[in-house]
Design a protein around this ligand. Structure first.
Ligand code: ATP
Length: 236
């Protein structure tokens, strides 16, 4: 459903992405592993239309070229980004944050059903609809951010470090939710510092080093790759 080819991005003279290629099929969880500064966030932002790819890139979603579209039209095509640091509105309530996610035209039909599904996915949010988001824990805020993205009725969810700073318990809850999201037919592109958890949940994995593709394969095979074990799983 998503195909990326020859994707490069420059911040001034610094090349953050160099000729990246990747593909995601419907209902897949694809994980991106890479060291700090490898370009993972820039890759997600390029797909979401928040940074502009260098000329020559192809980003095709559901058969349409989306590489030139502004971010809000990419959301209308069905791609939602949960940014690093969550980007929730702390002074607004949970209900208001979720409501903001339903702004795109594609989100209007079926909004009440979608909200009900999100509250089943994250029962903790159902109990706290009137609470200001800034008073919630990091994990709860991450649930709000994921819930808000789901309110836009996406086909593909892009997640930037969803478990960053979360307790192991809440991290597990976020990963459990991702598995449920996939089983409802959505696709997920996941950038995670928790390599072990992302290898456990992903169908396929891409490695990125210094902005370049450095390998890819089924998660089950990557877990047993000595290089992946050394670089990402802390094994000697
Ligand atoms: P991390 O895991 O540390 O978040 P990352 O793999 O997501 O890293 P990016 O945030 O995509 O990496 O950054 C890739 C490179 O581009 C880094 O060298 C970073 O310093 C640089 N970079 C990112 N954003 C900007 C910016 N707005 N201006 C200039 N350079 C940037």
């Amino acid at each position: 459903m998503l195909e990326v080819a020859a994707l490069s991005h420059f911040y001034g003279k610094h090349q953050a992405l160099a000729d990246i290629a990747l593909a995601i099929g419907q209902g897949e969880i694809v994980a991106i592993l890479g060291a700090n500064g490898a370009g993972k966030s820039t890759l997600l932002k390029s797909i979401a239309g928040l940074v502009k790819p260098a000329p020559g890139a192809t980003i095709r979603f559901e058969g349409h070229h989306i590489g030139e579209l502004p971010a809000h039209l990419i959301v209308e095509r069905g791609i939602a980004l949960v940014p690093e640091g969550r980007g929730v509105f702390g002074d607004l309530t949970v209900a208001e944050n979720l409501q903001l996610g339903a702004h795109p035209a594609r989100a209007r039909a079926g909004e009440a059903d979608r909200l009900a599904r999100i509250l089943r996915l994250f029962p903790r949010l159902a109990e706290r609809m009137a609470q200001a988001v800034r008073t919630m824990s990091g994990g709860e805020q991450q649930m709000v951010a994921i819930g808000r993205a789901l309110m836009s009725n996406p086909l593909l969810l892009l997640l930037d470090e969803p478990s960053l700073g979360l307790s192991p318990l809440l991290s597990r809850e976020v990963f459990r939710a991702l598995a449920e999201i996939r089983s409802s037919g959505l696709s997920v592109l996941l950038v995670e510092q928790n390599a072990r958890a992302s290898l456990d949940i992903a169908d396929r994995v891409y490695l990125i080093e210094s902005g370049r593709n450095a390998g890819s394969g089924p998660a089950s095979a990557m877990k047993n790759d000595p290089e992946v074990q050394r670089a990402y799983l802390g094994k000697a």
